[in-house]
Design a protein around this ligand. Sequence first.
Ligand SMILES: Nc1nc2c(ncn2[C@@H]2O[C@H](COP(=O)(O)OP(=O)(O)O)[C@@H](O)[C@H]2O)c(=O)[nH]1
Ligand SMILES: [Mg+2]
Length: 311
Amino acid sequence: MPFTDRARIHVEGGHGGGGCLSFRREKYIPKGGPDGGNGGRGGDVLLVADPEQVDLSLFRHAVHHKGRPGMPGEGQGKHGRRGDDADVRVPPGTRVSRDGEEIARLDHPGDRVVVARGGEGGVGNRAFKSSTHRTPRETVPGMPGERAWLTLEFVAPVDGALVGLPNSGKSALLHALTGAAATVAPYPQSTREPAFGPLEDEFANLYILVDLPGLAEDGTPRKGDHLLQCRGARLLLHCVSEEDPEPAADRIARVREAIAPYRADDAVEWVIATFSDPDHPPAWADYAVETELDAGIDRLRVAIADHLGEP
Ligand SMILES: Nc1nc2c(ncn2[C@@H]2O[C@H](COP(=O)(O)OP(=O)(O)O)[C@@H](O)[C@H]2O)c(=O)[nH]1
Ligand SMILES: [Mg+2]
């Protein structure tokens, strides 16, 4: 299943159970009083942050989520049971919006939020009895639950993100830094999926890096890009190939513009020259690597860990 960081789901609270119309029937008592009970409330739909979920791919097929209906009231004054809630499990790091407005964030495991309330249960005829109204026949039906279309957005908990144009050496660098196997190939757009890799420092601290292949050659986001994942990163490693004949400044500007809407405002960006010589980095770069020769990788790894390890 491809990595999924956006989903649309429909949620609907359970219908409230109906109020009951009933009169007591007992032997030798011809006209028993009203005894219809109330209906139970419908179940709510909740989103629950569950660390076992790693993305939103479940919701490619599971679109509709409903609370269970409340049970109707019964005779002998019995109230209907409340409908069960529907717990919809999302990965921690999920934001929820409705009509373009954020309504909830589930950042930590166990966070939960009601997104559609179940309908109120109805009222049975017993509740309408009074000294002047001894045989009420009125009842109130159960109410429908709330419904809504919601947009879910998931940002994976990463520390750093590798961004850049196709063929700028992102996947090769992720592999060199973390050992994670992202597809490395000498043709653009060979990878469509973000790849995650753990960078380990000398104290066995782990920092998660993600390779984001979302940009096209011209710097525009491609369909199915996962640039949203930039938002989680505190450090952006902007890979720029020194082999490319187009001026680096132009390419750098293009990528910055493309990721601007997604990146966290306080994220730090480093320009990493790839296909380069770590001993003679170009003026426009913060770091330089020659990934094929494993040159400059250790220095960069230490710098990344130092930066991310700062409180
Ligand atoms: N010589 C050299 N080749 C590299 C370097 N970085 C990447 N490559 C090669 O360039 C091609 C594209 O790299 P890749 O990591 O797939 O680029 P991506 O599209 O940004 O992920 C692959 O064949 C890599 O092996 C580098 O620093 N030096
Ligand atoms: Mg790649």
